[in-house]
Design a protein around this ligand. Structure first.
Ligand code: NAD
Ligand code: WQD
Length: 337
């Protein structure tokens, strides 16, 4: 069975490509490399000893997508392609709406025209209204605070409406919580450009001495130790969740939505402690003011994915810290030489 991964050269896409190949699927990737490099694809092929058909194209380019669907008999699509930086989306809203929505619309249109009926979509826990209490359940109210979040919200809506209009289609919307970690081999991992925005990539840069100290954004939240609490899950567990979602999609029609998280929240200081204790590395930090738009805590109720998909996050926080460190030690400059 041949699976198309849009955005498959990126962080989550490359880990999913590796798992798919190891499970015997064939993989095709469409990525314009605007936030990734071909090196991730090369490494996945090297690690698995299996080929990936790679198309360096913009998923919003209908002609290029048509040519891909004509050249490759695709059975199902994992739609990872998109821009994902919250702060940047506030500065450049049109870029985010144009890229994230036009890729989704063109993809659905060209998939359907070429007879492809199954799609698994990368949504986000960010689509939940911040006023909800945790754990977050799939049927809780939605609402976003930044353009990036709205693109994920609208992406869900567009897919749902398209599937309603074409009931032979099957879509699974996956709301990821906070993916971190790397493949245990250290051959692929997260490689953000510039100074990282997210916690684990920032801790990573401090750990290898490229940044002096972590800035903890607020210690006056209503949480165990005053710092923000999130549901961190291992990126390999997330990748496996996509394969479970695909198996489900192949047997159903309509649209279904699932949280992918562990159901367990950790604070910023607990993450720092876990990284230090697992890897024996000191992470100096200072307490700064709150980051605009942050909330106290959110974590998933993953029961629906546990029960319906038969998926459960297996890897521990210590595994996430260990595998991040292995990736960093082997690749202190990420995918760059
Ligand atoms: P990433 O930036 O590493 O990967 C996204 C990939 O999409 C990149 O390789 C990029 O080059 C490609 N891309 C972007 N626009 C494209 C276009 N128009 N045409 C072709 N390729 C394009 O991000 P990631 O962390 O792997 O995230 C994957 C998906 O998961 C995204 O849709 C993101 O919104 C979603 N998501 C990520 C997180 C997270 O914390 N990483 C959480 C929730 C949801
Ligand atoms: C985690 C915690 C920060 C950096 C983001 C997106 C969300 C989703 C996942 C895509 C918070 C604190 C962080 C730092 C810190 N992405 N922090 N110092 O904000 O939960 O979610 O990524 O869909 O949409 O918003 O993740 O890793 O940025 O922050 O103290 O340098 O770490 O305040 O409590 P977040 P994060």
């Amino acid at each position: 069975m041949k699976i198309l991964l849009t955005g498959g050269a990126g962080y989550i896409g490359s880990h999913t490509a590796l798992q798919l190949l190891e499970c015997g699927y064939e993989v095709v990737v469409a990525d314009n490399l605007c936030n990734s490099s071909y090196e991730s694809i090369r490494r996945v092929q090297e690690h698995t000893g299996k080929p990936i058909a790679f198309y360096e194209i913009d998923v919003a380019d209908g002609e290029a997508m048509d040519a891909l669907f004509k050249a490759e008999p695709i059975d199902a699509v994992f739609h990872f392609a998109g821009l994902k930086a919250v702060g940047e989306s506030v500065q450049k809203p049109l870029e985010y709406y144009r890229n994230n929505l036009s890729t989704t619309i063109t993809l659905l249109d060209r998939m359907y025209a070429n007879g492809v009926r199954y799609i698994v979509y990368s949504s986000s826990a960010t689509v939940y209204d911040a006023a909800n209490v945790s754990p977050r359940l799939e049927d809780m109210s939605l609402g976003c605070t930044n353009p990036y979040g709205w693109t994920k919200f609208m992406g869900e809506r567009i897919i749902q409406d398209f599937v309603t209009a074409n009931p032979e289609m099957s879509a699974v919307l996956l709301r990821y919580f906070n993916p971190i970690g790397a493949h245990e081999s250290g051959c692929i991992g997260e490689d953000p450009a510039g100074i990282p925005n997210n916690l684990m990539p920032y801790i990573s840069q401090v750990a290898i001495g490229k940044l002096e100290k972590l800035h903890v954004f607020g210690n006056d939240y209503d949480t165990r130790d005053g710092t923000g609490v999130r549901d961190y899950l291992h990126v390999v567990d997330l990748a496996i969740g996509h394969i479970k979602a695909l198996e489900f999609a192949l047997k159903h029609t309509g649209t279904e939505v699932f949280n992918l998280g562990t159901g367990c929240g950790y604070s910023v200081l607990e993450i720092v402690d876990a990284f230090e204790n697992t890897n024996g590395v000191k992470i100096p930090y200072v307490i700064d003011g709150r980051r605009a738009g942050d909330i106290d805590e959110y974590y998933a109720d993953p029961s629906r994915a546990n029960e319906v998909l038969g998926w459960k996050a297996e890897r521990t926080l210590s595994d996430m810290c260990r595998d991040t460190w292995t990736w960093l030690q082997k690749n202190p400059n990420g995918f760059r030489e």
